[in-house]
Design a protein around this ligand. Structure first.
Ligand code: C2E
Ligand code: MG
Ligand code: MG
Ligand code: MG
Length: 280
């Protein structure tokens, strides 16, 4: 019993906390070996032009099937990878694998853009070099690569971030601002950062077209994008009504379960042969 062991001992009283810590340690140890054990893979989710229905690209999404822990979702292990620094080697692997896949599809006559998520902590001085080397070694044309970054990643050091984005763009790579509207950035940042695309967060898409707040917010975000000359993608489209609304208010592209869930590369290859979105 805790009291019997003295007042001044630091101790966790709730068994749940100790469990939580050992769980985390276990996951960290497993994640350290995930790359060399080949437990990581990429799934691909298609993106479409809402106006024409043409498939325009795929977002690469990381998956981890751990021998020890089973399937662990990115929302659980990406934060851990970021805290432990493991995101550096993992992120590099993601970048190379996604570029490799994009180049393979292109060689097979299926030219689609590939979007890769990049964490705040990968946003260091050597990112442009890593990207350049991934493009060079795989032969993927820079114009087919989109780097997705979140607002929080960009907020950390605006001057340095802007300089790095310029370097990336000089390579010919496009930059998308992911989860737009969920961070704390001011709209003023949008004009100071060299961006190409805004990805409207799923949170604003969910309740379309009935919720009058979300319809107003989405219209306003699309207005801002239009005035700044930015492309737009809506994420998390699940219904034909959401698709119709977004197309109607001028959102260029869409992605979501309505079209397809993220899937392994082989499945995405088959999927591409019938690249039309459902009629509405
Ligand atoms: P994200 O970049 O915003 O990716 C979109 C997430 O929404 C994905 O979750 C995708 O599966 C999910 N999604 C797509 N369409 C729908 C829909 O219609 N309905 C719903 N409910 N969800 C939908 P996922 O794959 O679990 O990834 C979660 C997050 O983990 C990503 O959010 C991204 O922030 C991060 N992540 C994934 N892969 C990587 C990676 O390779 N590197 C980094 N740094 N982060 C990654
Ligand atoms: Mg993303
Ligand atoms: Mg997103
Ligand atoms: Mg997200």
């Amino acid at each position: 019993h805790a009291k019997a062991q003295g007042r001044h001992r630091l101790q966790f009283f709730e068994p749940g906390i100790n469990d939580h810590i050992s769980q985390r340690l276990k996951m960290e140890q497993a994640l350290r070996l995930a790359l060399s054990n080949r437990e990581l893979s990429l799934h691909y989710q298609p993106q479409y032009s809402l106006r024409t229905g043409a498939l325009t690209g795929f977002e690469a999404l990381l998956r981890w099937h751990s021998a020890e822990l089973g399937y662990v979702g990115p929302d659980r292990f990406i934060p851990l990878a970021e805290e432990t620094g493991l995101i550096a080697p993992i992120g590099e692997w993601v970048l190379r694998s996604a570029c490799e896949q994009g180049a393979r599809w292109r060689a097979e006559g299926m030219e689609v853009a590939i979007a890769v998520n990049v964490s705040a902590c990968q946003f260091r001085h050597d990112l442009p070099d890593l990207v350049a080397s991934a493009l060079e070694s795989t032969g993927l044309p820079a114009g087919l690569l989109v780097i997705e970054v979140t607002e929080t990643a960009l907020m950390q050091d605006l001057e340095q971030t802007a300089a790095m984005l310029l370097q990336l763009r000089a390579l010919g790579v496009r930059i998308a601002l992911d989860d737009f509207g969920t961070g704390y950035s001011s709209l003023a940042y949008l004009k100071r950062l060299p961006l190409d695309k805004l990805k409207l967060d799923r949170a604003f898409i969910q309740s379309l077209p009935d919720d009058s707040d979300d319809t107003a917010i989405v219209r306003a975000m699309l207005d801002v994008a239009r005035h700044l000359g930015l492309e737009t993608v809506a994420e998390g489209i699940e219904t034909p009504q959401q698709q119709a609304f977004l197309d109607g208010v001028g959102c260029a592209e869409g992605q979501g379960y309505l079209y397809a869930r993220p899937m392994p590369a082989e499945q995405a290859t088959d999927f591409m042969r019938e690249a039309q979105i459902p009629a509405y």
